[in-house]
Write a protein that binds this ligand. Structure first.
Ligand code: ADP
Length: 463
């Protein structure tokens, strides 16, 4: 995390330096192209005005005139015909100026030193206090020819501005660096919090603290993280509950088996009791076997849908065969079964869907009333196929209805408990229907009956 902080600060400062260099290069080009010629033109006009004034007023003292002008912000160098020169105003730092330049100005030419000042000096050329960086104009006074070189006294004119801009620049840089350091801390802190939360999550602590109030991407990430933590907690709870349910459901038939085998070991046992004990042991073994088969099926369903062997098959025919297999059980309970099962092709895994029909049919038998009835129907409507198992059984209330698809859930009434079951059948059925892109609905009224309606797409999504 530290490195992200340093990287971010380093990158921002890097960007500031690069932007500074780019801004300098661009503004320099602007100075060279536009400001420098303007500056040269402006000072040429001023110099020509001064020369014109001096020429028009032969009676003024030229030196005193230039001296007084220098006080208002100009530096002058006045050269006479013999080549002797006098400086007025604050001194030039570099007084080099070739004789040929002086000669040319004495001969009536204007010298554009500001415009010709070397480009390599960038914008700083504006401040170069050199005699070469001046404007030279010819001047005639009282019949004498002179060359007058003029340069604005930058130090005098802009000294305060100089400091102001220098301070502005230094303060902008310093404050930017300080603000970047603090704002980066503000940006990186929630990421550090998230990392801490991830660590506590991996240690099994789901009650994590993150910045969920922020209205930005990090806030969004934190909220998603919290949702994930809650989901993981739920899954962890479900896993624990699942294990405790399995342990209980395995433990109780095992202790029954253990109890009855102990009884069978006794010599005094009569043949009738022995028969009963063996049958109980057998039914407990069957229960264990069903439970392990269902658990294996659930585990493979949970893994993925790759295990589906999808094909087109006749669901009506499949359910009729199933009913035939259970006919004796149904008749034994005195239940009337009617069906309307036209030949209907569906796309899906026949063996998995057989498990669904079997569970719904056996439930309709198990939770029915004596002399009750069951009706099984297949209907095709609006791109969907509806397979309904309707019974006139014990029914369920609203609360029970909501939970029947939970793993291991069994309605806790004496009548429900009186029949064998693991509480896994419906959750397996719902998972299988889900994998087929369908849904399973339940309608039920207590003491009146229940309908389970499986809705499958007419063209399965796997097609
Ligand atoms: P079980 O092995 O207990 O039958 P299921 O998952 O198939 O497990 O069903 C869960 C619970 O839903 C059952 O224990 C029962 O209480 C209730 N149930 C399921 N089908 C019906 C039905 N047709 N009528 C009334 N209750 C039902």
């Amino acid at each position: 995390m530290r490195s992200l902080y340093i990287k971010f600060v380093g990158m921002t400062i890097g960007i500031m330096i690069i932007s500074g260099i780019l801004a300098f290069v661009l503004s320099n080009s602007y100075y060279q192209q536009k400001l420098k010629p303007d500056n040269d033109r402006k000072n040429t006009t001023i110099a020509l005005n001064i020369a014109e004034f001096a020429e028009g007023h032969p009676d003024i003292d030229l030196e005193a005139y230039l001296e007084s002008l220098s006080a208002v912000g100009y530096q002058f160098y006045l050269v006479d015909e013999s080549g002797d020169g006098t400086f007025f105003g604050s001194p030039f730092k570099d007084k080099t100026l070739s004789d040929s330049v002086k000669e040319r100005v004495l001969n009536g030419h204007v010298f554009h030193g500001i415009l010709q000042f070397p480009r390599k000096t960038f914008v700083t050329g504006f401040f170069a206090n050199e005699l070469q960086n001046s404007i030279g104009v010819p001047l005639e006074h009282n019949g004498e020819r002179y060359a007058l070189f003029l340069r604005p006294d930058i130090k005098l004119l802009f000294n305060e501005m100089h400091f102001l801009f220098a301070w502005l620049l230094v303060l902008t840089i310093l404050l930017s660096i300080l603000l970047v350091i603090f704002s980066t801390h503000y940006l990186v802190k929630p990421i550090a919090k998230l990392t801490k939360a991830t660590k506590s999550l991996s240690d099994g602590d789901f009650h994590v603290e993150v910045d969920r109030e922020r209205h930005d991407e990090i806030g969004e990430l934190s909220r998603s993280f919290l949702r994930m933590a809650r989901k993981l907690e739920q899954m962890d709870d479900m896993r624990k509950e699942f294990i405790s349910n399995i342990s209980h459901d395995i433990q109780s038939p095992l202790s029954n088996i253990k109890g009855y085998t102990n009884l069978l070991e006794k010599d005094s046992i009569n043949p009738e009791d022995k028969k009963v004990y063996v049958s109980v042991i057998n039914s407990e073994i069957d229960r264990l076997s069903i439970l392990t088969k269902q658990l294996l099926l659930l585990a493979s369903l949970d893994r993925n849908e790759e295990m589906m062997n999808t094909e087109i098959f006749n669901a009506g025919k499949q359910i009729k065969e199933l009913i035939r297999n259970y006919q004796w059980q149904i008749s034994e309970k005195g239940i009337m079964l009617g069906y309307s099962l036209p030949d209907t092709d569906i796309t899906g895994d026949p063996s998995l869907l057989h498990t669904v029909w079997e569970n719904l049919l056996t439930n309709a038998v198990k939770y029915n009333k004596p002399d009750g009835s069951i009706e099984v129907r297949i209907e095709e409507r609006d791109e969907s196929i509806f397979i309904t198992f309707e019974d006139t059984g014990i029914g369920m209330n609203e609360g029970e209805k909501e939970r029947i698809f939970d793993r291991f859930y069994r309605v806790d009434t004496a009548r429900s408990r009186s029949v064998e079951g693991t509480g896994l059948g419906l959750s397996i059925a719902a998972t299988i229907i889900n994998l087929h892109g369908g849904r399973i609905h339940v309608k039920s009224t207590e003491n009146e009956g229940t309908s389970f309606i499986v809705e499958l797409p007419a063209k399965s999504k796997s097609n």
